[in-house]
Design a protein around this ligand. Structure first.
Ligand code: IMP
Length: 205
């Protein structure tokens, strides 16, 4: 498909790590991509109680604000032995104030330490990442696609590639954490890649 043949798509994220991954996933699909940040769109407050509610809220806000289709991701780490925490609060656990990060800089070393501390001596180190991708249209229509990648949590964290909780997450079947792994491989097997394949299989409709 020729460059931009599918038209403009707003990537509704202000997170640089996610933006980079989504831009790479979208690159072969012929969209003219622009981020919500570049358009100066405000970042809506994530008031939803679920990943899907938050992804849809972000996609809808960007589609309405820009007049173009918009794609948003809401994602996080689910630790089985912590009853699903940090879950939808994954980004918040990296916030030094413990509340919504008002541009105060997120500290994922701190967030990973909290996960490790709460697990304490628990031998159950199973966890998964989840990503919900929502595609919204300016008329209010929205479709959502979910992906997961299962793995275990290691300590101490390993590797400085990737972002967020990557250095403590080792996907099942591999002996490297997402923080150590070649980004091309992470992008093929990640929760976001799984959700993205479903979105692409649906023809971005
Ligand atoms: P939100 O979707 O912006 O609410 O935040 C999701 C948070 O989940 C990120 O800030 C990271 O902490 C975490 N997260 C999501 N996807 C990944 C990933 O691929 N690697 C590491 N951390 C992730």
């Amino acid at each position: 498909m020729s460059e931009a043949a599918r038209g403009r798509l707003v990537v509704a994220t202000h997170n640089k790590g996610k933006l980079r991954e989504m831009a790479e996933l979208l690159a072969p699909h012929g969209f003219d991509c622009v981020s919500a940040g570049e358009l100066g769109l405000p970042e809506p407050e994530e008031t939803g109680a679920t990943f899907i509610a938050n992804a849809e809220l972000k996609a809808r806000a960007a589609a309405r604000g820009s007049g173009h289709r918009a794609l948003a991701d809401d994602s996080g780490l689910i630790v089985e032995a912590l009853g699903g925490k940090p879950g939808i609060h994954s980004a918040r656990w990296a916030d030094p104030t413990g509340g919504p990060a008002a541009g105060g800089g997120r500290d994922f070393r701190r967030a990973m330490e909290r996960v490790n501390r709460e697990l304490d001596a628990n031998p159950d180190r199973r966890a998964y990442f989840i990503s919900v991708l929502s595609l919204a249209w300016p008329d209010g229509g929205v479709k959502s696609f979910e992906g997961r990648v299962h793995g275990t949590l290691v300590w101490p964290p390993r590797g400085d590639r990737g972002f967020g909780y990557d250095p403590m997450f080792m996907p099942s079947g591999y002996n490297q954490t997402f923080g150590e792994m070649d980004p091309d491989l992470k992008h093929r097997i990640s929760h976001r890649a799984v959700a993205f394949r479903k979105l692409a299989d649906a023809g971005f409709r």
